[in-house]
Design a protein around this ligand. Structure first.
Ligand code: ADP
Ligand code: MG
Length: 271
């Protein structure tokens, strides 16, 4: 039996835009097992980020329950949950304070959660950068001086800083070109194996999940229409909407996709 880390039971979210209710998430149930990568895939507006935000405790479900390690998520976000469940989002610039150096941002995460001895936190920040493949000299740099891929590595380092167990990745590679994407995906795979992390990997692009996800949940208009092992999703998709997503023309060329898949093949993921 796998060890369930996160459980959603009949979770719905209705937003009210003026007088109009918008049912962003509609009676969704699934478990995420410890150590797995569950991908959440669907077109823009299908409710993916809303699911992620409820898992992070940014807002509560309108109906249903979310449990983390068997305990219901509290309505108000506790510091312990903020430490255990971290977010990496599409645009790391919006997550990193532009006036703070990379070192100061990492240090702030360590201070907030009181991790390690005060005097050792800068050294800890340096090892976090090395872990995500960046030179510790980047501690002194500003977010604006980094490339998109480097910034995403910093955002990942910050998520790792608090020894989180579950990372919600919301379109983490969608703003990156296809080769940078491959390297960041490889890093995420390596880190998951090394640190025994659990991922909820949100993306509108089904092609990126092939090499990272164990299972894929497919969302259409707030409803989960299919949840299957990644191999099944690609070889025998059961829902017509999944087949449409697979058939969707990628915005990159097939040569680039083949190259990305080749780069990713060298990755050994502990399952
Ligand atoms: P996705 O991440 O799949 O693109 P979202 O979860 O962001 O989708 O949005 C799902 C639906 O909920 C959309 O119709 C969106 O307009 C609506 N929505 C999301 N967040 C809010 C909000 N804070 N207020 C009102 N409507 C929202
Ligand atoms: Mg979204």
């Amino acid at each position: 039996m796998s060890d369930v880390m996160l459980s959603l039971q009949s979770v719905s979210k209705t937003f009210h835009v003026g007088n109009t209710p918008v049912r962003a998430v509609d009676a969704v149930s699934f478990d995420v097992n410890a150590g797995e990568c569950l991908a959440i895939v669907g077109e823009s507006g299908s409710g993916k980020s809303t699911i992620g935000n409820m898992i992070l405790g940014i807002y509560p479900p309108s109906e249903g329950r979310i449990a983390f390690r068997g305990e219901p998520l509290p309505d108000k976000r506790a510091l312990s949950h903020r430490r255990a469940i971290q977010l990496v989002q599409q645009n790391p610039l919006s997550a990193l304070n532009p006036r703070r150096s990379i070192g100061a941002s990492l240090r702030l995460a360590l201070d907030t959660h009181n991790i390690g001895a005060r005097g050792e936190r800068m050294a800890h920040a340096a090892t976090l950068l090395e872990e995500v493949g960046l030179d510790p000299a980047y501690l002194k740099r500003s977010p604006a001086s980094l490339s998109g891929g480097q910034r995403q590595r910093v955002a990942i380092a910050r998520a790792l800083a608090c020894d989180s167990e579950l990372v919600v990745l919301d379109e983490p590679t969608s703003a990156l070109d296809v080769l940078v994407q491959a390297r960041v995906l490889k890093l995420l795979n390596d880190l998951r194996a090394r640190r025994q992390l659990t991922y909820v990997f949100i993306t509108h692009d089904l092609s990126v999940v092939r090499n990272i996800a164990d299972r894929v949940a497919v969302f259409e208009k707030g409803k989960m229409v299919e949840l299957n092992a990644v191999e099944t999703i690609f070889s025998a998709p059961s829902h017509p909407y999944t087949r449409r997503l697979i058939g969707a023309v990628p915005v990159v060329t097939s040569d680039e996709l083949a190259l990305r898949d080749r780069l990713m093949e060298n990755v050994n993921v502990a399952r």
